[in-house]
Write a protein that binds this ligand. Structure first.
Ligand SMILES: [Zn+2]
Length: 248
């Protein structure tokens, strides 16, 4: 089952690359069919085989030999691995499917954020739809989800207003995250995203890759925190409470 999820994840990853390329340009993600960005040659099904094709042609277009970004196989592989881990953790369940969709959405949001410093509204709208479907499936948790949404929105809107280091896309993504995971989830994800953000920024500053004044996209930190919550949320929270408040 996890192998099937992995392979399925690779193919979806290939589609995510299309989304990452086309959404910021305001193009449709469905038509026209994929073509080489350099020579415009239409890609066959073999050309679109995730990872395999990249390795086989050494990262070049086989029609014009233009180099393809390593982002393509990295996106495909990460999506495949996350799907596989999701199957290991949640089995073939409704949650596995929901969380796979969400993880793919976060990969798109993060990569676009890294490349263009924005998180497009369309990405957040799809996130809200995933949240709404989960709400219908779970039923009893409406209030928790609404509080989660408000908490995510207000917390990040305040941080954005005070620090000026966060964009509207981050605020909306956090509101969507709160809507999906409720109040407990949104608090965990907020805290962990800032810890990851501080840690990564510190490493990048030490390596002289950015200066202290550089703007860095926050979407990838929110996304990493969400994945951590999906995979280890309950374990990490139990460990945290044991550490500070003794055993429950
Ligand atoms: Zn080409």
């Amino acid at each position: 089952m996890s192998v099937l999820f992995f392979i399925y994840g690779l193919f979806i990853g290939s589609f995510l690359n299309v989304c990452i390329y086309r959404i910021p340009a305001g193009q449709s993600v469905i038509s026209p069919p994929s073509a080489c960005g350099s020579c415009g040659h239409r890609l066959s099904y073999f050309d679109m085989l995730p990872v395999v094709n990249y390795v086989y042609y050494k990262g070049r277009c086989r029609y014009c030999t233009a180099h393809y970004s390593v982002q393509y196989p990295v996106t495909e592989l990460s999506n495949g691995i996350i799907y596989c881990l999701m199957a290991v953790k949640y089995g073939f369940s409704v949650y596995a499917v929901f969380y796979c969709m969400l993880a793919s959405l976060l990969i798109v949001a993060s990569t676009i954020d890294i490349k263009h410093m924005i998180i497009p509204d369309s990405v957040n709208i799809v996130g809200a739809i995933i949240g709404a479907m989960l709400l219908i499936y779970e039923r009893e948790t409406v209030l928790d989800k609404i509080f989660g949404l408000l908490t995510g929105f207000i917390l990040f809107a305040m941080i954005a207003a005070f620090t000026g280091s966060m964009g509207g896309g981050d605020v909306k993504l956090m509101a969507v995250t709160g809507f999906i995971f409720g109040i407990k989830g949104v608090l965990f994800i907020t805290l962990v995203s800032f810890i990851i953000g501080a840690f990564v920024s510190l490493i990048l500053i030490c390596l002289n890759l950015i200066s202290r004044k550089s703007r860095i996209p926050f979407g990838p930190f929110i996304s990493s925190a969400v994945l951590l919550y999906i995979f280890y949320g309950s374990e990490l929270m139990a460990a945290y409470f044991n550490l500070f408040y003794g055993r429950f």
